[in-house]
Design a binder for this molecule. Structure first.
Ligand SMILES: [Ca+2]
Length: 352
């Protein structure tokens, strides 16, 4: 139990976020003192993706649109549980281990003590968005093992793709795990998903005990979902944003300009926060800017191991392109652009 570092963030729709916008007016009388001031770090900073500027308040990110794309963020739990959520059972829940024998980097763990004559299950979950493109193949793979299970129990790994709209599996596979890490694959029929839509990647464990109780400990080293497409596409996160303050801020993206050769590029750029709130997109259709800014989303206070917010890009082209989007990340202390606002430039380079 000492190895347990982090309980995965619970699935967003179980959370209720209460945001209060309060404007404080306070009058101070300054008290003279001789102290050395340290530079104050900005409360909202870029974290991952691309090259970050001084104070992490600017970024240049580059993406390549390709016929083959892996859509899961942090697929190997390399440094933290970022982007993954937990749907716990009654006794099973999700934990994060920084390492494990036979694993590369961290692992996502399904763990719990199960009573006798009980069935339980728990899942790691991540939302992915398919590109608005002609998908020609979808393959999932998961590398996993089990460490312990109650005697006389029936125990499974189960992973696949889940449709949050119809609340049903698109496709899944399951089996009895082995004690050493083994990779299992699932081929999903492309006609069973809709291009441009968001689904959940789900990876978890299921157990039924009989006359013995005990611990079920199942570990995922990695989960990948790879697609091939007729067009050159990209669907994923290009930049993480973390809020180091104790209060929420409010952010949006504004497209200031484009440069280079964007050809017939169609792209959506959105903000998505830790609570699963997604902004309306900056939208480019067939090389023309249709919407030049996103709606506003809250930037919640960061949780250890997670970004507060991220910039997601979903793009497609049939041509060879090399161009840039010049975007301003705007965040304000009060919703609706009020209070104090900061402006961070993002250069997003796209090529195919
Ligand atoms: Ca791993």
């Amino acid at each position: 139990m000492n190895m347990k570092k982090h309980l995965f963030f619970l699935l967003s729709f179980f959370l209720v976020l209460i945001i209060t916008n309060q404007a404080y007016t306070t009058q101070f009388t300054y008290y003279n003192n001789s102290i050395t001031l340290s530079p104050v770090a900005p409360p909202v900073i870029f974290t991952t993706g691309g090259t970050l500027g001084p104070n992490k308040t600017s970024a240049t990110a580059s993406i390549t649109l390709s016929n083959t794309n892996q859509l899961i963020m942090n697929p190997d739990f390399y440094a933290n549980p970022d982007y993954w959520y937990c749907s716990p059972g009654t006794y099973l829940s999700c934990y994060y281990l920084t390492s494990d024998i036979g694993a590369s980097g961290g692992v996502g763990q399904i763990y719990g003590t199960i009573p006798t004559y009980t069935t339980d299950q728990a899942y790691l979950i991540q939302s992915i968005t398919f590109p608005q493109a002609t998908i020609t193949s979808i393959t999932m793979s998961a590398t996993l093992r089990y460490v312990s299970r109650p005697l006389f129990s029936t125990y499974y790994y189960i992973f696949g793709l889940y449709d949050p709209v119809s609340n049903s599996w698109v496709s899944y596979t399951y089996g009895t795990p082995t004690r050493t890490y083994t990779t299992y694959t699932l081929t999903i029929n492309p006609s069973s998903v809709s291009a441009g839509r968001t689904y959940y990647v789900v990876a978890g464990g299921y157990i039924t005990t009989t006359r013995r109780n005990g611990v079920y400990d199942l570990r995922y080293d990695s989960v990948y979902l790879t697609i091939t497409t007729a067009e050159y596409v990209f669907s994923g996160v290009v930049l993480g944003v973390n809020n180091t303050d104790v209060k929420s801020y409010f952010a949006k993206l504004v497209l200031q300009g484009v440069g280079g050769v964007l050809g017939d590029l169609s792209a959506n750029v959105t903000l998505e926060n830790l609570n699963g709130v997604v902004s309306s997109p900056i939208s480019i259709v067939s090389g023309s800017v249709v919407l030049n800014e996103t709606s506003e989303v809250a930037v919640p206070q960061g949780i250890s191991g997670y970004n507060s917010l991220w910039v997601r890009v979903n793009a497609k082209t049939t041509q060879v392109i090399s161009g840039s989007l010049y975007i301003l990340f705007v965040y304000c202390s009060v919703s609706g652009g009020g209070g104090v606002c900061e402006y961070y430039p993002i250069t997003l380079n796209l090529s195919s």
